[in-house]
Design a protein around this ligand. Structure first.
Ligand code: PGA
Ligand code: ZN
Length: 383
C-alpha cells in the first residue's frame, strides 16, 4: 500500500483526557491509555506533541509503498530508542493502527474463528471502587455465537446492577463502565458468581496486584487485611477454587515471576493465569515467562509496545508455546475498534473489551465481522 497522506489531530478519550488520532490515506487509528500502567510499558507523551510529531517527523512515511512490518520498522527507526522515548508509544500506535486499518480497509478480514468477549462487570482498584481487585470479569463460556456471548455479559451486568441496587445504598460506574459499590472483594464475588451461573458465564479477576503492593505486602483495604506474598498465594489459590475462577490476571506484583509460577503450577490446568503488567506485551519478558513456566496466558495491549508488528511478534511467540493471547482494550478508550479486527486477524480466543459504554464500538465491530463471515464459529477455550 502506498501511503499518500498522513496527518493527526488530538481528540478526547473516555476519561476526558486528550489523545492522538492519526489518519493514513484518510483511515484512522487512535491511541488508548491506561490507569494501572505497567512500569515497563512504552513511554507516553502529551497528545499535542504526538500530533506535532506525526505532522512533521513521521511524514517520512508518505510517498512510499509499505506493508505493516516495513511501516512499523520505519516508525521504530525514526524513534531510535528501545521504548519510544523520543516519539512516544502513543504516537507510534496511533500511526501503526491507522496503517493496519488502511491496509485491511478494502480486503475483508475473512477469519471465521471468533474470540470470547471477557467483560469487566464490577470493579475497584485504580479504576475506582471499594475493592482492591481491579476487575471482576465475565467470560460467557457456554455461548455458541458472538450474539449469545455478548447477551450473557450484558445480562450479567444488568442483573448485577439490579441486585446491587437492592442491597447497597450507592451503586456507581467506574472507568470502564464496570459497576462499583461499597462492598468488599469477597462479598462482590459471592454476589457476582450467583448471577453468573444463571446467565452462562464463568468469572475471572484482574487482581492488578502491583497497585496495592507496598513494602513487600498486599493490602486489601475493604477486607482490612495485609498479606505477605506467600499468604497472597494461598488466598488466591483458595479463592480460585471456591469461586471456580476461570481467569486470574496479574495475581502478584509485576516483578514477581516466582509466585506467579507457583500459582500457575497449582491452578493453571483449570484457570487462565494471565500476565498483563508482568509481560507488558513484550517479547523478551514473555520469553522469560516461558523459560520459567510463569503464567499460561498473556494480555496483548498493542500500545504497551507501540506497534502492531511488535505486538504480533509477541502473539506469535505465545502461540508457539501454548500461551493464550488475550487482546485487550485500555481503561481509557475512544470508539476506535482496531483491537477487534486484530483479535480476529491473530485468531486470539479471547478479547478483553468491556461490556457497555464506549466499549460497544469494539463489541459491535465483532458483530459486523460475525455477520460478514461465512460459517463463523466461536474459538475453543482450553479451560
Ligand atoms: P489500564 O488497566 O488502566 O492500565 O488500562 C487495565 C488492566 O489492567 O487490564
Ligand atoms: Zn490488567
Amino acid at each position: 500500500m502506498i501511503i499518500h497522506s498522513l496527518h493527526a489531530e488530538k481528540i478526547l478519550d473516555s476519561r476526558g483526557n486528550w489523545t492522538v488520532r492519526a489518519y493514513v490515506n484518510g483511515i484512522s487509528g487512535t491511541a488508548p491509555s491506561g490507569a494501572s500502567t505497567g512500569t515497563y510499558e512504552a513511554k507516553v507523551i502529551p497528545a499535542d506533541r504526538a500530533v506535532d510529531i506525526i505532522n512533521t517527523k513521521l511524514q517520512r512515511l508518505v510517498g512510499e509503498n509499505f506493508n505493516q512490518i516495513d511501516a512499523d520498522i520505519l516508525i521504530e527507526t525514526i524513534d531510535g530508542t528501545d521504548n519510544f522515548e523520543k516519539i512516544g508509544g502513543n504516537t507510534a500506535i496511533a500511526v501503526s493502527f491507522a496503517v493496519f486499518n488502511a491496509i485491511h480497509n478494502s480486503t475483508k478480514i475473512t477469519k471465521k474463528i471468533f474470540p470470547y468477549p471477557l467483560g469487566n462487570v464490577f470493579g475497584g482498584g485504580a479504576h475506582g471502587g471499594a475493592t482492591s481487585f481491579q476487575e471482576f470479569l465475565a467470560l460467557p463460556t457456554k455461548a455458541k455465537s458472538i450474539y449469545e456471548a455478548l447477551d450473557s455479559n450484558v445480562e450479567l451486568h444488568h442483573r448485577l446492577r439490579e441486585t446491587l441496587n437492592k442491597k447497597v445504598k450507592t451503586v456507581g460506574i467506574n472507568d470502564e463502565g464496570a459497576l462499583t459499590a461499597d462492598i468488599d472483594d469477597l462479598k462482590a464475588l459471592d454476589i457476582i458468581t450467583d448471577i453468573a451461573e444463571d446467565v452462562g458465564c464463568r468469572i475471572g479477576l484482574d487482581v492488578a496486584a502491583s497497585e496495592f503492593f507496598n513494602k513487600g505486602q498486599y493490602t486489601y483495604r475493604s477486607l482490612k487485611k495485609t498479606l505477605s506474598p506467600e499468604d497472597q498465594l494461598d488466598f488466591l489459590t483458595e479463592t480460585a477454587k471456591k469461586y471456580r475462577l476461570i481467569y486470574l490476571e496479574d495475581p502478584f506484583d509485576e516483578n514477581d515471576f516466582k509466585n506467579t509460577q507457583e500459582l500457575t503450577k497449582k491452578i493453571g490446568n483449570r484457570c487462565f493465569v494471565c500476565g498483563d503488567d508482568l509481560f507488558v506485551t513484550d517479547e523478551k519478558r514473555l520469553q522469560r515467562g516461558i523459560d520459567t513456566k510463569t503464567a499460561n496466558s498473556l494480555i496483548i495491549k498493542p500500545n504497551q509496545v507501540g506497534t502492531v508488528s511488535l505486538a504480533q511478534d509477541t502473539v506469535s511467540l505465545a502461540k508457539k508455546h501454548d500461551i493464550t493471547p488475550i487482546i485487550s482494550h485500555r481503561s481509557a478508550e475512544t470508539v476506535d475498534s482496531t483491537i477487534s479486527r486484530l483479535a480476529l486477524f491473530w485468531s486470539a480466543p479471547i478479547i478483553k473489551a468491556g461490556v457497555i459504554d464506549m466499549r460497544i464500538s469494539k463489541l459491535n465491530e465483532l458483530i459486523r465481522l460475525w455477520n460478514m463471515a461465512e460459517t463463523p464459529k466461536m474459538a475453543k477455550l482450553n479451560k
